[in-house]
Design a binder for this molecule. Sequence first.
Ligand SMILES: [Zn+2]
Length: 163
Amino acid sequence: MAALHGQQNTFFISSSIEQEMSKHMYNSLPQEACGVVLGEAAAGGIRISRFQPIRNVAPNPLHHFSLDEAEWIRCIFNESQLIGIFHSHPHTNPVPSDQDLIALPAYAGLIQVYLIGTPDWTSGSEPQMHLNGYQIQANIVDDPSKENQQKCYNLQPAQLRMT
Ligand SMILES: [Zn+2]
């Protein structure tokens, strides 16, 4: 087993919240769905306590997501438990795309949890969701071409536990 750099956190999610995300994802098809999750630190990880859908205002919502700015800003100021964002990949695996990584710095300083869901069409009558969780990590890197240090962010796979 490969050694993980740093500590791997666990995200605790109740099945009812997972179902809310799943429902929002299916209702948004064929477009990508997005939203924020609220929660707090818990023993061994982070407990996610609420999901709030946010409008996807990307110019091409079939393949990208962009949180409605007014709703996102309202969350930043009004939701003290803002801890992460969720979005869906209707047609690809629930892993961060190049585009997701490029957009990451816009959110990364404010949140710790990054969730990606994908429809699971193989699971019988009830539509299910594949959900992946990532912890946002900030690294300070020295950029020799610039005077200042730069913060760069990456996504570390986290364990998801349904409660
Ligand atoms: Zn994505």
